[in-house]
Design a protein around this ligand. Structure first.
Ligand SMILES: Nc1ncnc2c1ncn2[C@@H]1O[C@H](COP(=O)(O)OP(=O)(O)OP(=O)(O)O)[C@@H](O)[C@H]1O
Length: 299
């Protein structure tokens, strides 16, 4: 498991991560979501002992990463697939990792077939790999020590849709066998299909941390009207908090009936009124990470 307690990271006057706490439990996939620059990589680097925190702490299986006797046997980490040594072949990278971790070299072949890198490709230098191939190699490297915990930063980058589907299956299977998975993404759709929990970070702070189902239930109502300004005014008058969606509607923290009544009271003509379930996921994420408050209503 991974426990993050009140982690803060400042670079000079800039706070990259502010008082971040969350937990990743065995048997679950935790999606760590946030727009670019939100603080995901910095948080993960602190968990992996690569960046010293300004305050707070992080543990993996109960101890700080740097105190794990053989970290690669406990936690598989893939932080920057693009940054692998360009001059070595994939095969060499995996053999070296196997040697360092003290696992038999026979594991290398198992892992190559698990991540679907054939031997011919594996003999080529990593510098010639596509980002998708580097992700596969990085995943093989993370898994070679047969760890109980996996932490992956944007692992879907560079993978084609089939590759993303394959990776989701692999992570789901890993968690279903009792493993703990933390994976980051700046795209909700990428983690939505596989995550059990969602931890959402924006501007260095956690803005949501809940079971996926719980978070999705709380998505409220999506509404569109002939006049967006009048609609916003009507919602504000009724005291219903809302945020503007990307397609010109409002996401309201209220039931469809409450929204319908607020619009009717103000004489606003509605074009659309529906629960913000599946279709509203993107809006939920945007509303959690963007600051588009109702106070924006034009006077
Ligand atoms: N070494 C550093 N020195 C100064 N500022 C940094 C450093 N590393 C990260 N930052 C800043 O901290 C903030 C968080 O960056 P971080 O890379 O953690 O975000 P992220 O959510 O992982 O986004 P991305 O997906 O774009 O990497 C950003 O404003 C970034 O510019």
């Amino acid at each position: 498991m991974i426990h993050v307690e009140n982690l803060t990271k400042r670079y000079g006057g800039h706070t990259a991560v502010q008082d971040v706490s969350f937990r990743c439990e065995p048997g679950t996939v935790t999606g760590f979501l946030g727009p670019n620059g939100a603080g995901k990589s910095t948080t993960m680097r602190m968990i992996a002992g690569l960046t010293p925190p300004t305050a707070g702490s992080a543990t993996v299986l109960g101890v700080p990463y740097r105190q794990l006797p053989n970290p690669g046997r406990e936690i598989g980490v893939l932080l920057d697939a693009g940054a692998q040594h360009a001059g070595r072949s994939g095969l060499e990278v995996l053999r070296l990792t196997a040697d360092v971790l003290g696992v038999p070299r026979a594991r290398v072949d198992e892992l190559l077939s698990l991540v679907d890198l054939d031997r011919t490709k594996a003999r080529r230098r990593v510098g010639d790999y596509s980002l998708g191939m580097r992700q596969r190699l990085g995943l093989a490297q993370a898994l070679i020590g047969d760890p109980r915990v996996l932490m992956l930063d944007e692992p879907a980058n560079g993978l084609d849709p089939e590759g993303i589907h394959w990776m989701r299956g692999l992570l789901r299977d890993f968690a279903d066998r009792g493993g703990t998975v933390l994976l980051s993404s700046h795209l909700l759709r990428e983690v939505e299909a596989v995550a059990d929990r969602l931890v959402v970070i924006a501007g260095g702070r956690i803005v949501a941390d809940a079971d996926k189902a719980e978070l999705l239930q709380a998505t409220g109502t999506l509404v569109k009207a002939t006049s967006r300004t009048e609609l916003r005014r009507a919602l504000a008058a009724a005291g219903l908090p809302s945020t503007t969606t990307t397609d010109g509607g409002q996401l309201v923290e209220a039931t469809a009936e409450q929204v319908g009544r607020a619009a009717a009271d103000a004489g606003v003509v509605l074009l659309e009124l529906r629960p913000a379930d599946g279709a509203g996921l993107e809006e939920l994420f945007l509303s959690l990470t963007h600051t588009a408050p109702t106070e924006e209503v034009a006077a």
